[in-house]
Unconditional design. Sequence first.
Length: 209
Amino acid sequence: MSVDLTKLESHLASRSYVEGYTPSQADVHVFKALSSAPTDQPNVARWYNHIKSYSSEFDTLPGSSKAGEAFLSSGAAPAAEEEEEVDLFGSDEEEDAEAERIKAERVAAYQAKKANKPKTIAKSVVTLDVKPWDDETDMAKLEESVRSIEQPGLVWGASKLVPIGYGIRKLQITVVIEDELVSLDDLQDKVAEFDDYVQSSDIAAMQKL
């Protein structure tokens, strides 16, 4: 069998494979009928070298060789071509090594792409209740002190004063934290350091983003 290169060149001008969107037995069938990549058919040459990289996987590729028949014509294949086919699927260590090298490069490229994928950052929205000592505590100063706490992964949000009885109001303030960077225990310890204004603090609510 010989290959109708003109027909195959036209077919591959807008396609990557003889049939479908992945290598198949149809590609293998046509590939075996060629002795080498043609120099005057650029699309066929590109396809040939690509399919050649799957040499070690030919027996496991899916599909049928039937679609490849459309690009073949009757006639005995040249002796050199037959020898080339034997080399490809026999004990040609050079071809096997090339196929393994290409497979290794693909695996490495996949691993690199996977490693460079942005990591999802876990965040939480926390509602913090900060209680003053009494009704004479300067709540503006208390809030100013709390908001002065700065560190990576911590963003202060909205706040309000909530009555808790006897004229005393607590500060209820929202904060967004990155879970890996901010410890709530540490944050509460820092809030407690403003003991001129702060009696205690509690985590009123917490929700993962």
